[in-house]
Design a protein. Structure first.
Length: 189
């Protein structure tokens, strides 16, 4: 019994990490408090239920303000990038991938799926291109060698013309590695 009690105390001392689901106007209004809650590491946008709560269309333009708020508040609170809501149209993988690319460009770190065939298009949308990976490796490599990057240098042009930083390059490399190491979502035919 003593061992069980010790294990229970160990579990109590550890903080449970969780993602909170924002799926109503009240949830969005309370987002600062949700993000300030101990244990909340990220939020996900329950866009379908949010649309039902507001009695509005479930489309990009209508949900733009809510999505933007979720992204910037998550960043301001120092939390992980939020997860976007589902794509309800299952008619083609291109639609899912396009929605996922849109979410990624907005600052979301992932997207929820409602069907297994949506996983690969979502993964593809969040995977950096070969050019992005090469660029990131160049920036990280130059920084790790302590190279001074000055105006006229191609790395300077890439870094400042595109408004990017070493931190962004490191994230790009990390994301590429994370995605490459992920198991396949569905077996290959």
């Amino acid at each position: 019994m003593r061992h069980f009690e010790q294990e229970l105390e160990n579990l109590k001392s550890k903080l449970l990490e969780m993602s909170a689901l924002v799926e109503s106007a009240v949830g969005l209004a309370n987002l600062p408090d949700i993000l300030a809650t101990a244990g909340v590491v990220a939020v996900a946008f329950g866009s379908v239920d949010f649309s039902l709560d507001l009695d509005c269309a479930h489309d990009r333009l209508t949900l733009l303000a809510a999505r933007n708020e979720i992204v910037w508040r998550s960043r301001a609170a120092g939390r992980a990038a939020p997860i976007d809501g589902v794509t309800t149209d299952l008619s083609s993988p291109e639609i899912t991938e396009d929605d996922a690319r849109h979410a990624m460009k907005m600052g979301f770190g992932g997207k929820m799926a409602i069907h297994p065939r949506q996983i690969e298009p979502i993964r593809s949308a969040f995977h950096p291109s070969e050019n992005q990976i090469a660029w990131a490796n160049d920036i990280v490599g130059a920084a790790s060698l302590g190279e001074a990057v000055q105006a006229g240098d191609p790395l300077f042009e890439l870094r400042y013309r595109q408004g990017t930083t070493l931190g962004a390059a490191l994230e790009e490399v990390k994301n590429a590695c994370r995605i490459e190491d992920a198991p396949p979502a569905v077996p290959a035919p």
